[in-house]
Design a protein around this ligand. Structure first.
Ligand code: NDP
Length: 445
């Protein structure tokens, strides 16, 4: 289906966001690379003036259709991108056909794998870029039941993995680049393979959020990796931060945990919080308040991270949120701990999510709006977000997938949501090719 769409399309959009298409009218066939559905866009939306202009919110990898040959010419970078996609697609082979594919290797993904493997589903688990998930960047886990003395996050994840392996889970160390959930078996693409899956469990977790202030970007644009980090456990022990003044931004449990952890290495840790009350749990707050190396700076936001390429971070410019005054605080390291964002970009436009991007599941199960696709862990939980709750929902997802497979065949919705507005096309003086009309789910005449 995807190949057919790519062949049919004049324009390939890298990153399709459904909301952005609302104002578009008809002009020529467009296909989304990540969300392979045929959609329409208008010349107006793509800009009439230059040979190439990019509408807000869309990353185009194709030229606009203009009147002159020049206007239709593809910018070299975009030609390469399209050729690369076509070549890659041409070479891709279906390497796996899984009864159950699990995306994600945190507590949710591994627990789903343990249950599914024990049920003889022979799950295939795609680990993603951070095998073990967020737990691998945490230190002592004191609240995971069964470990009275606590356990290190990475060690706990290794145990999860071994348990999943013991019952026959197959692991794939690849990164899913796009998915097609429009028909079952679902199709998932990695850089060098196509995976077909009868059922899918999404356990792709969440990632750290960033402030978006000057100086925060990765080097060389900012000081990311040169004094700015979002993971104290990973970077705190580095020599660059030893006996240095460090700041932690945030007022939640992560910020308290990171600040407390950093006192092992830093000479002083400042917690910068935008309000005068912490969001963190009482026990974590008290632990931080008791620590003499930690100082709280209330009602303050980071406006800019200061430094030089040679020395890295040298300070931060802060803004008082009450009186708007700006002031500078000297420090050598900045740790951002302001929460997380669900890793759901891959599925945007294909599965129901809330406005933050958490996948919606039904109240009593891990079922999503797509039959055969289940979601568990932080990717669908904006409330509890604990390893133990993630593991619990991972178990639920495996049981849900197993029950779903028991009751096959289940009808999949066949809609590709291609709506062709012939009236609008005529108003623009455009003809809609018959081959496209034939693909339409709905034609507005
Ligand atoms: P939270 O969402 O709980 O807290 C985020 C903090 O960052 C808040 O204080 C928030 O401020 C602040 N913040 C958010 N955006 C900005 C911004 N743009 N600028 C400045 N400050 C900002 O996230 P956490 O990661 O701390 O915790 C997530 C979940 O994980 C929680 O449920 C927590 O309990 C759990 N957790 C548990 C741990 C444990 O038990 N060991 C360890 C770590 C996390 P404001 O308060 O004003 O909104």
């Amino acid at each position: 289906m995807f190949l057919r769409l790519v062949e049919t399309a004049d324009v390939l959009i890298e990153n399709f966001r459904p909301g952005t298409m609302a104002d578009l009218h008809i002009d020529y066939p467009v296909v989304s690379a990540r969300n392979p559905r045929l959609i329409y866009a208008s010349a107006a939306a793509f800009g009439q003036t230059g040979p190439y202009s990019q509408p807000a919110g869309l990353d185009l990898i194709a030229p606009p259709r203009g009147k002159s040959a020049g206007a239709r010419r593809w910018p070299a970078r975009l030609v390469q991108t399209r050729r690369r996609i076509e070549t890659v697609l041409g070479q891709l082979a279906e390497r796996y056909h899984a009864k159950l594919l699990i995306i994600g290797s945190g507590p949710a993904g591994y627990t789903a794998a343990i249950y599914a493997a024990r049920a003889n589903l022979r799950p295939l688990l795609v680990q993603g870029l951070q095998p073990g998930g967020q737990m691998t960047i945490t230190t002592d886990v004191e609240n995971y039941p069964g470990f009275a003395k606590g356990i290190e996050g990475p060690e706990l994840m290794m145990e999860f993995r071994k348990q999943a392996e013991r019952f026959g889970t197959e692991f794939l160390e690849e990164w899913i680049t796009h998915v097609d959930l429009s028909e079952r078996p679902f199709t998932l693409f990695t850089d060098d393979s196509i995976i077909k899956a009868e059922t899918l469990i999404i356990a792709s977790g969440a990632s750290a959020k960033w402030l978006g202030v000057p100086g925060e970007a990765k080097t060389p644009k900012g000081f990311g990796g040169n004094g700015v980090s979002a993971c104290a456990t990973c970077d705190g022990p580095l020599p660059a931060f030893r006996n240095k003044r460090l700041i932690v931004v945030g007022g939640g449990d992560t910020a308290m945990e990171e600040a407390t952890f950093l006192t092992r290495y830093a000479s002083r840790v400042y917690v910068i919080h935008r309000r005068d009350k912490l969001r963190a749990s009482k026990i974590m707050q008290e632990k931080a308040f008791r620590n003499e190396k930690i100082e709280f700076i209330w009602d303050a936001e980071v406006a800019e991270i200061l430094g030089t390429p040679e020395h890295g971070v040298t300070g931060v410019r802060l803004r008082n949120t009450v009186d708007e005054e700006h002031f500078t605080l000297d420090c050598e390291g900045v740790f951002i701990a302001i929460g997380h964002k669900p890793n759901t970009d891959l599925f945007k436009g294909q599965i129901e999510m809330d406005n933050v991007g958490y996948i919606k599941t039904s109240h009593r199960s891990t079922a999503t709006n797509i039959p055969g696709v289940f979601a568990c862990g932080d990717v669908q939980d904006s409330v509890y977000r604990q390893a133990v709750t993630a593991a619990g929902t991972g178990c639920m997802a495996a049981l849900d997938a197993e029950r779903f497979l028991d009751h096959l065949p289940v009808e999949m919705p066949t809609k590709y949501e291609l709506v062709i507005n012939v009236v609008a096309a005529k108003a623009l003086g455009l003809d809609v090719p018959a081959k496209l009309l034939a693909l339409a789910d709905e034609v507005i005449e």
